[in-house]
Design a protein around this ligand. Structure first.
Ligand code: RNT
Ligand code: ZN
Length: 416
């Protein structure tokens, strides 16, 4: 009997079908963000990353051109089991030599190369208007700016992005989740907290008034508690975005688990949201003490979030996207490690005897529940993971880095 077969029997004794778990997992799309590979810089500006988020580190080999970014992503994808969906930002528009379009004038054609890439890899595409790293961010504000010209510019950007999202959905045959996040806020105590929020509300309403097919484009609004340089006040707070989504049909809320106070857990928010929202989106990341966007690893909260999606049977209601960026380590390793960690968390959740544990809770057998929860942690999930990687044709954990080292020596080190 192989290690996998022995492990499979152990799970079977608890009523878990690991074959079914692997089958389910490999078809669940997880949005893979291109921005880990170039430190969130994009191709439409040379001013670097500004606007409430920050990458740290200067590990060599950053992707500097669309070609490099795409090749790096392909390299990372060779190391990832499961199904990835491409996630890009408007700042990743690809222009012909000599061509340029500002954010308010972006068109589908500026993303044709991404569509080509997605089609080649049978991927859907998710999209994000980029409300940062641009000179028109005025005094830290975009959609909530009191300056009408500034606000209009960013509304027009949002509308252009709706049209581009619809183009992505039509081309790939998969709906496009379009996420609105702005870093709008204040460093110090504001004199008016409601005004910017009323303007933000109006701006998003104007963006969403752009005609689009609701089956193709899935807009969402991402909240945040604070950002770098905007420590005192964030316009798009949790209450703001949740209420906006609740009261605007077709607009989903997006929860990024780095965007709450450190003792607030998105794993606990997921089932609360499932009671009310037909669909919502997640940014899965790892905050270390704050919204530091560390690469996702298999830590307790990551596992707990996966459990809440799986045991509530919510794969078709929760849009899962990754969102981390670390510039201090090999970026391909970072991208693939985070994706694999989320796959592991989902696999563990799918291989958990959820029905049995729930029954213990419902019959108030809390002592036994604790014992069984601890027992489940020691089940041979590693064997199932290795089998899953084998079937998906990707390296196991112990050989994963060999590929990366090879690519680093042959490709990344040669980049200037
Ligand atoms: C920033 C938000 C946002 C970005 C990406 C690049 O705090 O999490 O989602 O990370 O849009
Ligand atoms: Zn995010």
């Amino acid at each position: 009997m192989t290690g996998y077969e022995a492990a499979k029997e152990k799970y079977k004794a608890l009523g878990v079908d690991v074959e079914k778990a692997m089958e389910t997992l490999k078809n669940v799309p997880v949005s893979l963000h291109c921005w880990q590979l170039d430190d969130v810089i994009g191709f439409d500006n040379d001013g670097g990353l500004t606007g409430g988020i920050q990458t740290t580190g200067n590990y060599p080999g950053r992707a500097k051109t669309p070609e490099q970014l795409m090749t790096d992503m392909e390299e990372a994808m060779k190391l990832m089991p499961g199904t990835a969906k491409l996630n890009i930002h408007a700042s990743y528009a690809i222009f012909e030599p000599g061509e340029f379009a500002d954010r308010n004038a972006l068109e589908p054609k500026h993303f044709a190369k991404w569509v080509e890439f997605a089609k080649k890899h049978h991927m859907g595409i998710d999209f994000n208007p980029t409300f940062f790293s641009h000179e028109k961010v005025k005094n830290g504000l975009t959609l909530s700016s009191p300056d009408e010209e500034t606000r209009k510019f960013w509304i027009d950007h949002g509308k252009a992005c709706i049209r581009i999202s619809e183009y992505f959905a039509k081309e790939t045959g998969m709906p496009c989740v379009m996420n609105i996040w702005t870093g709008d806020g204040f460093k110090d105590v504001p004199a008016d907290r409601m005004g910017p929020r009323m303007r933000y509300k109006d701006s998003i309403e104007q963006i969403l008034s752009e005609p689009y097919d609701k089956n193709l484009v899935k807009p969402c609004v991402e909240s945040k508690v604070f950002g770098i340089g905007v420590e005192s006040y964030t316009v798009g707070s949790a209450e703001f975005t949740l209420s906006f989504a609740a009261l605007h049909d077709g607009c989903m809320p997006l929860m990024d688990n780095g965007h709450y106070h450190p003792m607030e857990y998105v794993s606990d928010k997921i089932p609360a949201m499932l009671c009310f929202y037909p669909e919502f989106a997640l940014h899965i990341t790892r905050g270390v003490r704050w919204d530091s966007d560390h690469v996702l690893i298999l830590d307790d909260e990551t596992k707990e979030m996966a459990k809440e999606i799986v045991r509530n049977d919510a794969f078709d209601r929760v849009y899962m996207a990754l969102d981390y960026f670390d510039a201090s380590i090999n970026r391909i390793s970072a991208l693939a490690t985070g994706f694999r960690s989320w796959q592991k968390a989902l696999l563990m959740a799918l291989c958990t005897p959820n029905e049995m544990l729930k029954e213990l809770q419902d019959t108030n057998q809390m002592s036994k529940l604790m014992v069984m929860n601890e027992a489940v942690k020691m089940l041979p999930i590693g064997e199932i993971w290795e089998e899953y990687c084998r079937r998906e044709g990707v390296a196991d954990d112990l050989h994963f880095f060999d590929e990366i080292e090879k690519y680093e020596n042959e490709v990344l080190k040669k980049r200037i």
